[in-house]
Design a protein around this ligand. Structure first.
Ligand code: EPU
Length: 309
């Protein structure tokens, strides 16, 4: 691919290693900006050359086509800073590429409290912001105060987190508002207490979820007031297999990669899971994961009825 980029880049690179599910074929080009400036410049260069691209963070909530994709991929990992805001010491400015587990560990090391509930959630700050990552004990929106985004015009804007900014595993952020930085508010805390809280969260997660297997987290969102995992379990999905993709025996809302899973395996299993719940509960489950499928450009609908990001 003949593209000029103001940052390091690799051609024809396999994407599986960048995802927690370990599935994904080659992208024609993967841009690897080393810092925020290079990231912004790389996006501007791609836009100026009329090339479609996708931003890849921690790859934690994502199924990528094993046959590869046609778009350029821009990694956000180079924006991994964590800075104190001068105006208020409770505020921390996090780069979108910072790993969420690293942020949680650093916050504790700094003696800050309020992020413990994110312990055990993989991915990047940017992805966690777009998805409003969280669980039973809270969501990122509970500590996010402002989000700095890159607009299609190339301008940057600082968006205040307010009503309508975040929803359940959803936000206004995405390809039209690429997350550069998220400002979070944490209280002065106690390291020992934070450590205990984090361990309790991890223990709870480890007891319920297949944390040692390769997965993309929960596949479906919980319908209002219900648990997709319980419904899938009672509909008999645990242990079901399609090629290398299997429904976890531990938690029925997780698909694990038992080795060599393809996107067709995953989609077939997703269809089967959805049909089982539809039949038993007359409820159509909505996907939580993102799917990057060859032939479905960023922003278009995917075959499971969900727009790409
Ligand atoms: N359950 C079953 N069988 C299963 C799975 C769950 O009976 O196979 C039951 C559990 O026993 C429990 C209920 O269903 O009574 C709820 O299950 P769980 O506590 O595991 O929570 P969840 O609603 O399935 C949500 C989030 C998780 C988050 C956990 C814990 C969604 C879709 N899932 O799961 O988030 O980690 O709470 O806070 O909102 C994710 O979004 O990727 C994710 C893993």
């Amino acid at each position: 691919m003949n593209v000029h980029l103001p940052c390091p880049a690799r051609s024809d690179l396999e994407l599986a290693p960048f995802t927690t599910f370990r599935m994904g074929g080659r992208a024609p080009l993967v841009a690897e900006p080393r810092n925020r400036e290079e990231f912004v410049a790389a996006v501007a260069a791609l836009r100026a050359q009329g090339l479609s691209f996708r931003v890849l963070g921690g790859g934690a909530n994502l199924f990528i086509d094993d046959r590869g994709i046609d778009e350029v991929v821009v990694l956000s990992a180079g924006m991994s800073f964590m800075l104190r805001e001068a105006e208020d010491t409770r505020l921390l400015r996090l780069g979108a590429g910072l790993s969420l587990p690293r942020f949680v560990a650093s916050a504790r090391a700094m003696g800050r409290s309020g992020a413990e509930f994110l312990a055990g959630i993989p991915g990047s700050v940017g992805g966690a912001t777009v998805m409003n990552a969280g669980g039973r004990h809270g969501e990122l929106s509970g500590i996010a105060r402002r989000v700095r985004v890159l607009l299609p015009s190339g301008a940057e804007e600082e968006v205040a987190a307010g009503a309508g900014t975040f929803g359940y595993r959803a936000s206004i952020f995405g390809p039209e508002m690429i997350v550069l930085e998220t400002v979070v508010e944490l209280e002065q805390g106690d390291r020992k207490q934070s450590g205990e809280l984090m361990r309790a969260c991890l223990k709870e997660k480890g007891a319920a979820q297949p944390l040692t297997r390769r997965s993309a987290g929960c596949v479906f969102k919980n319908p209002p007031g219900q648990s997709a995992g319980r419904m899938l379990d009672l509909a008999g999905c645990k242990g079901q297999k399609c090629g290398g993709a299997e429904v976890s025996e531990k938690h029925a809302n997780f698909i694990v990669n038992a080795g060599g899973a393809t996107l067709q395996d995953v989609l077939a299993l997703v269809r089967r899971m959805r049909e089982a719940v539809l039949e038993r509960y007359a409820t159509a489950l909505e996907l939580e994961v993102e799917i990057w499928q060859r032939g479905f450009a960023a922003g278009s609908s995917d075959p499971e009825g969900r727009g790409g990001r």
